[in-house]
Design a binder for this molecule. Structure first.
Ligand SMILES: Nc1ncnc2c1ncn2[C@@H]1O[C@H](COP(=O)(O)OP(=O)(O)OP(=O)(O)O)[C@@H](O)[C@H]1O
Ligand SMILES: [Mg+2]
Length: 258
């Protein structure tokens, strides 16, 4: 698995270490506060998860980091670059990529065309490069290869998730943000997807994982933040949080990856 993903990221120079630093970051919808004073750090080769209940602000955080929403306070830096004021396309150029909660695939286009659109920012590297990338995504998700002519709108939930991740990988991200990758997936498919996520970490990609499935998230991540009502109320190494009584009582109820 590592070799496959290695090929995907070789060209991106994913081995150069970088850090995302979110400082006192706050976001509002109109006058209503959605995120208050968020402080969070992720380094290359690390999976950081953000867990929390419905409406806590998890998707808001990812959307704001991707430039889909503006913050009203605080800053975000990626390596030595401040992202404030950067458009989405510029953030993609910087190596950020988002797998959104609603997947947002082009349902009337084929699997392969969806992947090609994901690689749009790398078009200047040439046709051969795009083909190589496509092949590496197909090796990672053989199911997508079998279905490459199929319209994205007719894929199963699991296949859609694979396509959304594959499309994000086409831009050769250095920071991959995933919004609830386990949503709607059978436990077996969730395991498969999380295995791919772990192998991406091993190639030096920084991964920000948003999950309601706290158990799966804490099992796969290195460090975790609990987001409740727009604020971070707890954070620490995932191996510690998984034994934290509050986390156990409130978030580790019945969710399981087995
Ligand atoms: N465009 C919007 N306008 C106004 N309020 C919004 C908007 N988008 C989200 N909100 C509100 O902001 C809060 C945080 O929403 P968000 O989608 O970030 O939560 P979440 O943690 O991702 O929840 P879930 O687990 O259900 O996906 C919610 O109260 C939501 O209703
Ligand atoms: Mg959400």
């Amino acid at each position: 698995m590592l070799n496959r993903v290695d090929q995907i990221h070789k060209a991106a120079g994913a081995s150069d270490s970088k850090k995302l630093q979110v400082n006192d970051f706050s976001v509002r919808y109109g006058l209503v506060s959605a995120l208050e004073d968020i402080n969070l750090t992720i380094s290359s080769g690390q999976i950081v998860s953000v867990i929390g209940p419905n409406g806590a602000g998890k998707s808001t955080l990812l959307n704001a980091l991707m430039g889909l929403l503006e913050s009203h306070r605080g800053s975000v830096s990626w390596g030595d670059c401040y992202l404030t004021g950067f458009e989405i396309a510029e953030r993609v150029e910087q190596g950020l990529s988002l797998v959104p909660e609603k997947r947002e695939l082009f349902t009337t286009l084929s699997v392969e065309d969806n992947l090609r659109l994901g690689g749009y920012s790398k078009l200047s590297l040439g046709r051969a490069h795009t083909l190589q990338k496509l092949q590496s995504i197909y090796r990672l998700f053989p199911r997508l290869m079998e279905r490459r002519e199929q319209l994205a709108g007719t894929l199963s939930g699991g296949e859609r998730q694979m396509l959304a991740i594959g499309r994000a990988l086409m831009s050769e991200p250095r920071l991959l943000m995933l919004d609830e990758p386990s949503l709607g997936l059978a436990p077996r498919v969730t395991k498969e997807v999380f295995k791919v996520i772990s192998s991406l970490r091993d190639t030096g990609v920084a991964i920000l994982l948003i999950e309601q499935n706290a158990r799966a998230a804490l099992q796969v991540s290195d460090y975790a933040y609990l987001l409740e009502n727009g604020r971070i109320t707890l954070h620490g190494p995932s191996a510690e949080l998984i034994n934290n009584p509050k986390i156990i009582d409130t978030y580790l109820g019945l969710a399981t990856t087995n």
